[in-house]
Structure formats: structure tokens, C-alpha cells
Design a protein around this ligand. Structure first.
Ligand code: HEM
Length: 467
């Protein structure tokens, strides 16, 4: 039964609730269909749990920005609690552990605490490892999937642990496999089954694999943290782990800053920073190959602004309005995290006149904002004009929310934006990317998972004439 003045929604069945209304493999179309019937704020029962789905800019802003604290919780199901041990940052509930760690991570990632080597340098070093295989394949075709994935993974690895792995290294393969499998189970129907039926928890079912995978990653992270403890010089941090160990020293007995929390947080940052960035790059190059005139216009701007410089710096973005518009448009159309990460209300609250009790799961339909008519000049097509004004200057409409908005907004936004800019500009400056002649028509339909991924594709690499 829906509480009084709760947002409307489709009728629900006992036990299953509205799970029968959703295609678990890809519920995005169902969320859109239900929005058309019930409006921008509607409710669903996921099993016995009530959830509210929020769509379009106005409602999203009221919830996430204006009433940020009311909507900043995370739903706590038992699988997640058992998996995270109430530690980390992404899935922990609103409270002091989350707040202190979020603040610490933001400060550290913003280039302050990271020691002598700047974030930009770390990214540029990794870009050299992307360029090498591209250089070796001039005139040939290549699938960029692993290249981008390993690069994004190594960048975050360097920020956290100060190390990178060769693209063929077993450790990187194990890490990537653990993440993929954990996310698949934690996000899917098994999490709900685990939650609803305590008696089956000890059985050997797929979620057990999740706990094993989590242990594998945590053991790798613990080993790296132990090595840091031996080699660090207090007060002279080399990376995120060193900064955190300095913070533990500084805080003394404050239990929330602990080594266990550190290893859990490295997992979260690693998981959140890899797929998202690499899938954005993959979508980006797919669009740049399909719209060669847009690729060329980027290259003209790059050549003009970088003339006489050996490499691009993040500051250069201020002189590259077109490139900035293209990268933002890639993020808008790629819509990499379409349902954000589920939120939860922290107290009884109201949204656009509806009452929403404390503890209600909140699902952000970010797709609806990124494609909203009235917010964009060209909501349904790939067109950088969405981010340019009449004078050709870069503008960012408020409805640009691929990182979500408010208190839980993506913690890695600044790192992600730097990666996307430096990688895209460096590669476009040196190479021309061409859709292979024999590859048929490009298919833009993404594959749904925790993030949206373009279908695997190949690209032909050409060296640009001025290189
Ligand atoms: C293009 C790349 C990225 C996109 C599109 C993206 C998007 C998002 C979104 C939509 C959320 C959920 C926000 C919410 O719940 O309201 C999120 C959360 C988060 N992201 Fe990202 N992200 C990206 C890259 C990164 C990177 C590189 C890192 C790591 C440094 C990162 C770390 C996090 C963390 C830790 C959270 C949880 C924040 C919290 O709960 O307070 N993300 N991201």
C-alpha cells in the first residue's frame, strides 16, 4: 500500500511489488514508459521496498540541490552491508563517516595532498602507454576497449597506490574481473533475493562469488597498503594511500579513519573511476569517427591553440571552446550512468508537493534530464552546439548532470574531466580515427550494465599529416 500523498505509480503485486513491470536486463525503457503514464515523480515497489523515481530537471534540482541533505542517504540492503561492512564511501549512508571521508578524498584528489607529481603529470604518463599501441598500428584497425579500460584503471591506480601495471599484467586482469563480477551481482536480482530470503544466504549461489571477489581485491589493496607503511616518509606523501596514513597519524584514535576503511575506500575509488571514464572515451571516439567533420574541427582548434607547445595542459581548455563543447556533448549523449547510484531519504520530506517518508529509495532518471526537451537546443542528436552560444563561446547548461548533482555528486568529477580532456586532445592531435570501411553502419545502442557501454567496435588509425 502506498502511504498517504505518496507519488502515484503502477499497481503492485504481493512480495514481487513492481519487479514484474521492469525488464531486469535493461529497465531504462520501462522507467521512461512509466514516466509517461505517471509523471516526473512516481513510485514503485522493488519487492517490498518503496522507491521513488525522479525525472527531469526541475524535480531533480529540488531533490538533489535544494533539499540535498534530505536526499543524500544510500539504501542499505543486507547484501551491500555484508559486502561493504559499512565502510568505503560510495554506498555508505549519510553520516559522519561518509562526510569526513568524502571531504578528505575531495581535498586529496584536488591535487593538494598528492605529493610532488601533479595529477596532470600522472595522466600524461599513462597517455604515452595509449599512444604506443596506436603508433604500432598506423594504417591498421584496432579495438580500443582494453586500451581505454586499462589506461583509466592505471590512472586511478597511480593516484591511489603510486603504481601502474603493464596492460598484459595478471594483477590488472584480476582487478578488472573482480569489479565486473561484483557490480553485476550487487546491482541485479540476486541482491534482492539475498535480501528477502535469509534462509538461502548460506547456500552456494552466485552472490558467494561476490564476497570472494571482494576479498581478492581487498587482499591486493592490503598488500599495497602494507608496502606503503614500510616505505613511506610521514609528511611526504607520494600518493593517496600515503596521504591517508598521514591523516590516520594526525587524527590519532579517531576510529573512522582506519586501515580497513582505507582499503575499502580504495576499492570504491577504483571501481567508480575505471568503467565510467573508459566507457565515456569509448563512446566519444565512436561519435568522433561517425562525425568526421566534428573531429576535423576539433583538430583545427587543437593545432591552433597548441602551436609550438609539446603537450596540452588542462589550462588550455579555456582557449578551446569547441573541444570543451564536444567533450561535454559526448558525456551528455553517452549518458554513462543513466540511473546514477541509488539514493535514500534521510528524513520525512516533501518533493513537489508529494510526501516521501524517511528511508525511501530514490532513483534518479538522469537520462530524462540529459535529453530533456526545453533544456537543450538539440536534445536528441549529437551536436556540440548544445554547449556553444551565438558567439561560439562554451556554455554549460544547468541540466548537464552526467555526474549527478548535490551532496553526493561524483567525487571524481575533477579527475574525470581532466582525463577526458587530456586524453582526447592528445590523441586527436596526433591521429585521425576512421570508421573501418568494412565495418558496416555504426551501432549506437549501448549495452546496459552498471554503466552504459558502447558495443565493441574497431577503429582505423591514421597518422595526421602534420605529425
Ligand atoms: C566520466 C566519468 C564519471 C562519471 C560519468 C561519473 C558519474 C557518477 C555518478 C552519476 C555518481 C552518483 C552520484 C549520486 O549518487 O548522486 C558518481 C558517484 C561517485 N563517483 Fe563518479 N563518475 C565518473 C568518474 C569517477 C572517477 C574517475 C572517480 C574516482 C576518483 C569517481 C568516484 C566517485 C565516487 C567515490 C562516487 C560516490 C560519491 C558519494 O557517494 O559521495 N567517479 N559518479
Amino acid at each position: 500500500q502506498r502511504p498517504k500523498n505518496f507519488p502515484p505509480g503502477p499497481p503492485s503485486l504481493p512480495v514481487l511489488g513492481n519487479l514484474w513491470n521492469l525488464n531486469m536486463k535493461n529497465p531504462l525503457k520501462d522507467f521512461e514508459r512509466l514516466r509517461q503514464s505517471y509523471g516526473n515523480i512516481y513510485s514503485l515497489f522493488l519487492g517490498l521496498k518503496p522507491a521513488v523515481v525522479i525525472s527531469e530537471f526541475k524535480a531533480m534540482k529540488e531533490a538533489m540541490v535544494i533539499k540535498a541533505a534530505d536526499f543524500a542517504g544510500r539504501p542499505q540492503n543486507i547484501l551491500i552491508t555484508n559486502l561493504t561492512n559499512n565502510k568505503g564511501v560510495i554506498l555508505v549512508d549519510y553520516g559522519s563517516l561518509w562526510r569526513d571521508h568524502r571531504r578528505f578524498a575531495l581535498m586529496t584528489l584536488r591535487n593538494f595532498g598528492l605529493g610532488k607529481k601533479s595529477m596532470e603529470e600522472r595522466i600524461h604518463e599513462e597517455i604515452q602507454h595509449i599512444i604506443k599501441p596506436l603508433d604500432d598500428n598506423i594504417g591498421k584497425t584496432l579495438s580500443p576497449q582494453f586500451l581505454f579500460h586499462n589506461a583509466a584503471s592505471n590512472i586511478i591506480c597511480k593516484v591511489l597506490f603510486g603504481t601502474r601495471y603493464e596492460y598484459e599484467d595478471e594483477t590488472i586482469k584480476i582487478i578488472v574481473r573482480c569489479f565486473t563480477e561484483i557490480i553485476k551481482i550487487a546491482n541485479g536480482p540476486w541482491a534482492m533475493i539475498y535480501d528477502s530470503f535469509p534462509l538461502i544466504r548460506p547456500l552456494r549461489l552466485p552472490y558467494n562469488k561476490t564476497f570472494q571477489n571482494m576479498e581478492i581485491f581487498l587482499n591486493i589493496a592490503r598488500r599495497l597498503v602494507n608496502e606503503h607503511k614500510k616505505s613511506r616518509v610521514p609528511g611526504e606523501p607520494r600518493d593517496f594511500v600515503d596521504c591517508y596514513l598521514d591523516e590516520v597519524d594526525k587524527r590519532g584514535d579517531d576510529a573512522t579513519f582506519s586501515e580497513e576503511q582505507l582499503t575499502r575506500m580504495t576499492f570504491d575509488l577504483y571501481a567508480a573511476g575505471t568503467d565510467t571514464t573508459s566507457n565515456t572515451l569509448l563512446s566519444g571516439f565512436l561519435y568522433l569517427m561517425t562525425y568526421p567533420h566534428i573531429q576535423e574541427r576539433c583538430q583545427q582548434e587543437i593545432d591552433r591553440v597548441l602551436q609550438g607547445h609539446d603537450k596540452v595542459s588542462f589550462e588550455d581548455r579555456h582557449n578551446m571552446p569547441y573541444m570543451q563543447a564536444v567533450i561535454h556533448e559526448i558525456q551528455r549523449i553517452a549518458n554513462i550512468v543513466p540511473l546514477s547510484v541509488f539514493h535514500c531519504t534521510t528524513k520525512d520530506t516533501e518533493l513537489m508537493g508529494y510526501s516521501i517518508p524517511q528511508g525511501t529509495m530514490i532513483i534518479q532518471n538522469l537520462t530524462s534530464v540529459l535529453r530533456e526537451e526545453g533544456q537543450w537546443k538539440f536534445p536528441h542528436e549529437f551536436n556540440p552546439e548544445n554547449f556553444l552560444n551565438e558567439q561560439g563561446e562554451f556554455i554549460k547548461p544547468e541540466a548537464f548532470m552526467p555526474f549527478s548533482a548535490g551532496s553526493r555528486v561524483c567525487l571524481g568529477e575533477s579527475l574525470a574531466r581532466m582525463e577526458l580532456f587530456l586524453i582526447t586532445v592528445t590523441l586527436l592531435r596526433k591521429f585521425k580515427f576512421v570508421w573501418p570501411e568494412d565495418a558496416g553502419e555504426p551501432d549506437f545502442t549501448p549495452v546496459f550494465g552498471a554503466t552504459l557501454t558502447p558495443k565493441p567496435y574497431f577503429m582505423t588509425i591514421q597518422l595526421r599529416e602534420n605529425q
